[in-house]
Design a protein around this ligand. Sequence first.
Ligand code: NAD
Length: 252
Amino acid sequence: MTQRVLITGAGDGIGLGIAGEFLKTGATVFICDVRGELFDEEMRRTFAGCYRTDVGSTDDVASMFEDIRSKAGGLDVLINNVGIAGPHAGVEDIDLADWEATLRVNLTGAFLCIKEAVPHMKAQGGGAIINISSVGTLTVPPMRSVYNTSKWAIEGLTKSLARELGPFGISCNAILPGIMNNNRMRGIMERRSKHENRDVDDIAGDYLKYSAMGRLIEVEEIGHAAVFLASDKARGITSQFLSVCGGTAYED
Ligand SMILES: NC(=O)c1ccc[n+]([C@@H]2O[C@H](COP(=O)([O-])OP(=O)(O)OC[C@H]3O[C@@H](n4cnc5c(N)ncnc54)[C@H](O)[C@@H]3O)[C@@H](O)[C@H]2O)c1
């Protein structure tokens, strides 16, 4: 049967890369993004649904799932990809509002989508949930306490739900992307390059120093991992964290 797949935050970046790989499998692919303006005519023709959705809003998430249910009758694969950077600051300088807003999007957003998807997956006897964490849980970048916390929490949610939903044939895994070759990461490196008056390749070297392969990761590579984890070939795999990061580890 054709897989019915929803990918959040898929107007750009990793989410769009994952969506492209699922399309190649013949899946029925739904995507959402808080920036509805990213969806052009071609995307609207290609995808089964393009929703302007803030995953932190219960109303937005509920109406998106209502539409998916009416179009597809349910969902087989949920990919919680949305993640915002949150404040770069020492912990004492983080505003409570920024702390809460980051957790609302990165963690509660995934919870709200899972809460809507699980009843269908249980009713049909299976499904796959894939949460996008980050290689940041391996490298723990400083001054990023909210982001890091949200990603550890996503991994905790992954383990908890794998245990809880396994008896219903629902897998729950996480993918940890490395340093990506996408607009978001290129933007960060270009801003740092200007600010520090250093070559952009030099800045990239800072980010890649803990990667064995020493290269940026393409969005399609995250898509390949997601397609595999959602496939029949991975039906014995749950509660796992799959890093697609070129082999990241501290060397000193
Ligand atoms: N870029 C990297 O190097 C990198 C590395 C490790 C992990 N990640 C993780 O991968 C995921 C995707 O990252 P990316 O680099 O593709 O980011 P991105 O910013 O390019 O794409 C994320 C998309 O999510 C959308 N979005 C933001 N808030 C939203 C909300 N409240 N509701 C719905 N959509 C929302 C954005 O508009 C954007 O289009 C994130 O969870 C991120 O933390 C990225």
